[in-house]
Design a protein around this ligand. Structure first.
Ligand SMILES: CC(C)(COP(=O)(O)OP(=O)(O)OC[C@H]1O[C@@H](n2cnc3c(N)ncnc32)[C@H](O)[C@@H]1OP(=O)(O)O)[C@@H](O)C(=O)NCCC(=O)NCCS
Length: 161
C-alpha cells in the first residue's frame, strides 16, 4: 500500500460570520475547522474516505479575533489498522504583524471507511525522528487512558438508550 502525505495546514481569515456574542471566534467554528483539517489530513494519508470517530483533549488556549489569519495544522501521530490519530494545532495571527500564537490544540481520531461505510485498512505510519517516536508513544498512552474513560462513560450512555 502506498503512503500519502502525513501533514497538512489549512490557512484562511476568520470572518465576521464566525464570531460569537462576545466578539471572538465561536468555539463551534473552531471545532468545524479542526474536523475539516483532520479529514483532509487522514484522506491524504490513507487515500480513502474517512470519518471522525473521536475528538478529545480540546483546549481553547487563547481567543481568535475576526480578521485574524488562522492556520489549522494537522499531522498523523499514530496509525492503527483502520484509524489515524491526528494532532491538531490551531494558530492565529494579526496579518499585519504575522506573529503566530497557539489558540487551540486537540487530538482527533479518523477512521478510513469503504463504500459500505465499514472500516478499511490504511498504510502504517512509522515514526523516524525522536520527536515523532515520542508523539506516537504519547498517542498510545492516551488511547489506553481513553479506554478507562470510555468504561466510566458507559453509565451515562446507557441512560439515553
Ligand atoms: C467510526 C466507526 C466506523 C467505527 O465503527 P466500529 O464498529 O467501532 O469499528 P471497529 O470496532 O472495527 O473500529 C474501527 C477503528 O475505529 C477505532 N475506534 C472506534 N471507536 C472509537 C472511539 N470511540 N475512539 C477512538 N477510536 C475508535 C477502533 O480503535 C478501530 O481502530 P483500528 O482499526 O485502527 O484498531 C463507527 O463508530 C461510526 O460509524 N461512527 C460514526 C462516525 C460519524 O458519524 N462521525 C461524524 C461524521 S463524519
Amino acid at each position: 500500500m502506498s503512503q500519502g502525505k502525513r501533514e497538512i495546514t489549512l490557512r484562511f481569515l476568520a470572518e465576521p460570520g464566525d464570531v460569537n456574542f462576545g466578539g471572538k471566534v465561536h468555539g463551534g467554528a473552531v471545532m468545524k475547522w479542526i474536523d475539516l483539517a483532520a479529514y483532509a489530513c487522514s484522506a491524504a494519508w490513507s487515500g480513502k474516505y474517512c470519518i471522525t470517530a473521536y475528538a478529545g483533549g480540546i483546549r481553547f488556549v487563547q481567543p481568535i479575533h475576526v480578521g485574524n489569519l488562522v492556520e489549522v495544522s494537522a499531522k498523523v501521530i499514530y496509525t492503527g489498522n483502520t484509524s489515524m490519530h491526528i494532532a491538531i494545532d490551531v494558530q492565529a495571527s494579526d496579518p499585519k504583524v504575522m506573529k503566530n500564537r497557539l489558540t487551540t490544540h486537540c487530538i482527533v481520531i479518523m477512521v478510513a471507511v469503504d463504500e459500505e461505510g465499514k472500516p478499511t485498512s490504511i498504510p502504517k505510519w512509522v515514526p523516524q525522528s525522536e520527536e515523532d517516536k515520542k508523539l506516537e508513544a504519547s498517542a498510545i498512552r492516551l488511547m489506553n487512558m481513553r479506554k478507562e474513560i470510555g468504561e466510566e462513560m458507559e453509565a451515562h450512555v446507557k441512560h439515553f438508550k
